[in-house]
Every structure is written in C-alpha cells, then in structure tokens.
Design a protein around this ligand. Structure first.
Ligand SMILES: Cc1ncc(C[n+]2csc(CCOP(=O)(O)OP(=O)(O)O)c2C)c(N)n1
Ligand SMILES: [Mg+2]
Length: 327
C-alpha cells in the first residue's frame, strides 16, 4: 500500500516524540526524580506501525509495558506519561498506584494490565469474544514480548481466539531478550509466529524496525479480523537498545560491541534516512521536528514536577470500581 507523505511524516513524528520522551525518562531516573523506567527505545517502528492500523478510540488495545509509542499514538499525552512516571495525581493508568508504563487509558479502550506477563493475552481473547457476541466490527490489538509467549496464559488466549475465530491481533515484539534470556532459551522455534501453526491461525514475522512494513502487515490482519476472518499472530523483530529497565545492568549478560552493532538498526535512524532519500522531508524539517519534540517533553516534565501527589482520599480509592474521574 502506497502511503501519503503526510502519513509518513505523522508516523515519524510519533516515533520521534516517543523517543525523546523515553530518553528524558532515563534522565529523570538518573536525577533521582523518578523511581523506575522501562523503555520502548528500539520498539517505536513496530508500535507506531501497529497503532496506525487501528481505528483509534473505537478498537480495543491490551498493551504491555514497552508500549509508550503505541499509547502516544492512541492519545496518551506526554503530560499524562510524566504524571505516571512521577506517581502524581491525574495519572490515567492507575491514579498513580501501579508501576509506571503499565498503561491504560479508558477514553481510548486501552485496558490496564497487571505485572505478571501475558495476562493481557487472555483479556484480549475475552474482549474479542465480547465483540463477536455483540456482533460489533471492532478488533483487539494485544502486544507482548517474545519471552512472555512461553507463559501458559499466552497459549490459552491465542488458542481461544483461534478456536472461536475472534477479531484479535496478537503482536509479539521480539527484542532478542527477556531480561537477560535470549529467545533460543525460551523457544525451540525461530520465531514466535511459528507457534501459530500449532494453534490454527496465520503467523507472520515482520521486520519490526520498518514502520511502513509493520503498518502494512497489521493493516491486513485488522481488515481480516474486522470482516470475520479471525485472529492473526504477528512477530515484529527488533533489538532492545536499552537495559531491560532502570533496575537492570545489561553489561552482565551482553557485550557493548553487540549493543553498538545493533544500534545501526535503530528504527529512528532508518526512517529518517528513508524519508530523506524519498524527499518526504528535508534536513531542516527534521531538525524542526526534533526541537518541537524536545520542547513538548520539557513542558510535560515541568507540568509533572508542579503537579500534586494524590491526596490520601484519592490514593485509597478502589481501583476496580466504576470511576470515571480519570477519563
Ligand atoms: C509471570 C511473570 N514472570 C516473570 C516476571 C518478571 N518479568 C518481567 S518482564 C520479564 C521479561 C519479559 O520478556 P519479554 O516477554 O521478552 O518482554 P521484553 O521485556 O523483552 O519486552 C520478566 C521475566 C513477570 N512480570 N511475570
Ligand atoms: Mg523480549
């Protein structure tokens, strides 16, 4: 599918904004201003490609903790992300109760996930079943890391969706590590998409550093799901450029040479080059976009720093009751 220059620029902008915000989170952590960060650096192309294939605010999403770029595309604001990083009042994910990056956003049908990995897969299958029973033409996108596809819940969720032909897209972000564990110690197949053949749904592996390719593949899967064609399993491959989280020292299990080598496939560098080569943007425009992104991030951090912590009453309010205060 040929994309307009406008759409390509929009995709790049979301990747860039996510990158600059993510980088600032690392700085805030090192400054002692936040307690924890888990990063999506290197994952932006896969997430933006997938998000642009959805009808935002109409379809459902059960995300995982690296999905900053995905969430920004859906409508999470940089301010809201900073509130969650700082545990401040107004964090839309959990009212500042859950760890940062355990994303949810009620106003765009993005559902909260819990810290045990792969629980979001069964939630997605359940939502898919509800959509089918209500005869709606919505779809569910659920994301996960490759290591977490070893979990029982993951198989149960994918199996259920395949048995009942539910409108679910299972997007695995294979970043080559589950904390310190490489994929070959998690699975005997080359790609988690190969697991699809044992469960009875299509499985596709895609270059997760190429935003346009991911958009293309996920768009086809969305179209199939929306028209009753059932679920699809997609593995997008990339490299986790940062340590697992701010609590991880990755020097203990991978060499600096390996990391530097893989940075050559940084999706931000790749898309910038592609946009320049095809004359979609100029160097000057790229620089302007970069300073805009930095400005937005700086403003969001200032907003977060000035925001209050939750009051006792707010902090002790139950999480799971009907509470529309956070949108
Ligand atoms: C059930 C469960 N086991 C272990 C953990 C600890 N844990 C958190 S993230 C993670 C690694 C997940 O790796 P992967 O699925 O590849 O995702 P990535 O972090 O690489 O994006 C582990 C083991 C957990 N949160 N839940
Ligand atoms: Mg992983």
């Amino acid at each position: 599918m040929e994309l307009s220059s406008e759409l390509k620029k929009e995709m790049y902008w979301m990747m860039l904004l996510s990158r600059r915000l993510d980088e600032r989170a690392w700085v805030l952590h090192r400054q002692g201003k936040i307690a924890f960060h888990i990063s999506g650096i290197g994952h932006e192309a896969a997430q933006v490609g997938a998000a642009f294939a959805l009808k935002k605010g109409f379809d459902w999403v059960t995300p995982y903790y690296r999905d900053l770029a995905l969430m920004l595309c859906l409508g999470l604001t940089p301010r809201e992300f900073v509130l969650s990083l700082m545990g401040k009042s107004g964090d839309p994910s959990s009212g500042a109760r859950q760890m940062p990056s355990h994303f949810s956003l009620r106003r765009v049908n993005a559902v909260s996930h819990s810290a045990p990995v792969a629980t979001q897969t069964v939630h997605a299958a359940g939502i898919g079943l509800a959509i089918k029973m209500k005869k709606e033409d919505k779809v569910v996108l659920t994301t996960i890391g490759e290591g977490s596809t070893s979990q029982g819940e993951w198989y149960e969720g994918v199996n259920w969706a395949a048995v009942h032909q539910l409108p679910v897209i299972f997007l695995v972000q294979n970043n080559q590590y589950a904390i310190s564990v490489p994929p070959e110690l998690q699975m005997a197949v080359k790609s988690s998409a190969d697991k699809a053949c044992g469960l009875g749904l299509p499985g596709i592996t895609v270059d997760g550093t190429d935003v346009f390719e991911v958009f293309d593949i996920v768009s086809s899967a969305v179209e199939r799901a929306r028209t009753g064609g059932g679920p699809t399993l997609i593995e997008a491959r990339m490299y986790r450029i940062t340590p697992h989280s701010s609590d991880d020292d990755d020097r203990t299990y991978r060499s600096r040479e390996e990391v530097e080598e893989n940075k050559k496939k940084d999706p931000i560098i790749l898309i910038r080059q592609k946009l320049l080569d095809t004359l979609v943007v100029s160097e000057k425009e790229l620089q302007e976009m970069d300073s805009n992104a930095k400005e937005i991030v700086t403003e969001a951090v200032k907003f977060g720093e000035e925001a209050p912590y939750p009051s006792f009453e707010e902090a002790s309010y139950p999480v799971f009751v009907e509470d529309v205060r956070n949108g």
